[in-house]
Write a protein that binds this ligand. Structure first.
Ligand SMILES: [Zn+2]
Ligand SMILES: [Zn+2]
Length: 463
């Protein structure tokens, strides 16, 4: 049996996977609440002969499912969380919530998880049929959106057994990523001052809002002296009340700091902290700095990405045969101001942007933490028409379409074929680890979430 038989096997079984993905789409559960989604995965994986542990790394909606033994040990990273407020009917090209204020799969994680599952099931089928050794580990990773599920899992050593891990993300084109996503820290800065009458006794007051404003101004000046690929943004979460005649005794902001390389981010974090402390000193207030969560940058591994890209080029893209291209055209229309729809509403030519340079992607993902622990490769496949952005109602509307299903099938086939190639050419694993060590400058993995932070604390702090 060669990898082409596995590619066909997945195609034959595609309907089973489409059904599971649709079910996850319908439940649309947000971070740390993905109970039904986990149940559906567990039932499916049990049927496939995997042994399953739910409650991975203390995460109630995290799990891992394992099959086989010996080397290579290959991980498949699945996600299934939705986004709050993005409820949307499927298959319609107007914004129309399915449930008022409900959740929706705006990042396509209903497809992501099941596509990764197809990779795992395909690879298992290969090992089983060929009688080869190898361990297939499918990870149910909760709360990618705002919860850093994989970072908690990496902190607890869940990925330490792996030779490598594979995944993908729904996209509006077929591609290998152009560069790493950024390492990302979330921090709450809370200032405490002293209230007083702002007109009658201003000298008795110490303004926490002044401190917060001075901190923000300090950070604006800092921007000139940080790497151009770094990012700092904030939201004022407590401005100290609505009364200008009271000196504001409390004020707080939620900051996010991002940089292309995790060790560089620790340095930036300290610099922002110093500004906060300086602002507190200037205003005679106190500042509490609470680190909430972080994710590491992704480390790209050219040796693995090459294998995945070659499979992307070799495997025929089934989206071309999707039966609802007219719907895709309607979706594209909603995103083009002049309504002119390009002839090709899908961008299907595989791109290996990783080869053309190392351009950081100004976003973040908890896959970054896995990629510091073991070599990781992930592709993007076309599940959405051109111009469709993640986290949009259009992405939710496309989540059960035939073209989304077929983009997912394509991703599952690419992932399974990549695992098979690696299994038959173990020297790729050796090169991948060498590249991981080079790219991280031999820095050991340092989990950005400190040990005292639990998912429960994070949930309470960020919602
Ligand atoms: Zn997202
Ligand atoms: Zn996503």
């Amino acid at each position: 049996m060669d990898k082409w038989s596995v590619i066909q096997y997945l195609e034959k079984r595609a309907e089973d996977f489409y059904k599971l993905s649709d079910k996850i789409w319908e439940n649309a559960e947000i971070r740390f609440k993905e109970k039904q989604s986990v149940k559906d995965y567990v039932a499916f994986l049990k049927n496939e002969g995997f042994s399953i542990t739910v409650g991975e790394a203390g995460l109630k909606t995290g799990f891992h499912a394992e099959w086989g033994s010996g080397k290579p040990v290959i991980g498949f990273l699945g996600e299934y969380d939705a986004l709050a407020g993005l409820s949307q009917k499927a298959g319609v090209s107007v914004k129309e919530p399915l449930v008022k204020d409900g959740n929706g799969h705006g990042c396509g994680h209903n497809l992501l998880g099941v596509g990764a599952l197809m990779g795992a099931v395909g690879f298992k089928h290969y090992l089983e049929t060929e009688g080869k050794t190898g361990t297939v580990v499918f990870y149910g990773c909760p709360a990618e959106e705002g919860g850093s599920g994989k970072t908690f899992m990496a902190r607890e050593g869940c990925f330490n057994q792996l030779d490598l891990a594979l995944s993908w993300h729904p996209n509006n084109c077929n591609m290998m990523p152009p560069g790493p996503v950024l390492a990302n820290d979330s921090i709450r800065y809370s200032f405490t001052g002293k209230a007083s009458h702002a007109a009658a006794a201003p000298e008795a007051g110490r303004s926490a809002l002044d401190a917060l404003e001075l901190m923000n101004i300090g950070v604006q000046f800092l921007r000139e002296h940080i790497p151009s690929t770094a990012r700092i943004h904030y939201a004022i979460t407590n401005a100290g009340g609505i009364s200008p005649n009271i000196v504001q005794p409390y004020a707080s902001a939620l900051y996010q700091i991002r940089a292309p390389f995790a060790p560089e981010l620790s340095n930036l974090y300290e610099r922002v902290n110093n500004i906060a402390k300086g602002a507190a000193m200037m205003t005679e207030t106190q500042v509490e700095i609470k680190f909430l969560k972080g994710t590491s940058n992704t480390v790209l591994i050219p040796a693995l990405d090459e294998v995945m890209y070659n499979n992307m080029c070799e495997i025929p893209n089934p989206v071309e045969r999707a039966d609802d291209i007219a719907f895709a055209r309607e979706i594209v229309k909603t995103q083009i101001p002049d309504g002119r729809v390009p002839e090709n509403v899908f961008d299907l030519k595989p791109k290996n942007w990783n080869k053309s340079g190392n351009i950081p992607i100004p976003g973040s993902s908890d896959v970054g933490d896995v990629s510091w622990v073991c070599p990781v490769s992930q592709c993007g496949t076309s599940t959405w028409p051109v111009g469709t952005a993640a986290h949009s109602w259009q992405a939710v509307a496309c989540g059960k379409s035939d073209f989304a299903h077929k983009g997912m099938l394509y991703a599952g086939q690419i992932i399974a074929a990549t695992a098979i190639d690696v299994c038959n050419n173990p020297e790729i694993i050796e090169t991948a680890w060498k590249q991981l060590k080079e790219k991280t400058g031999n820095h050991p993995y340092h989990c950005p979430i400190p040990p005292e932070i639990t998912p429960e604390i994070l949930e309470a702090e960020t919602t």
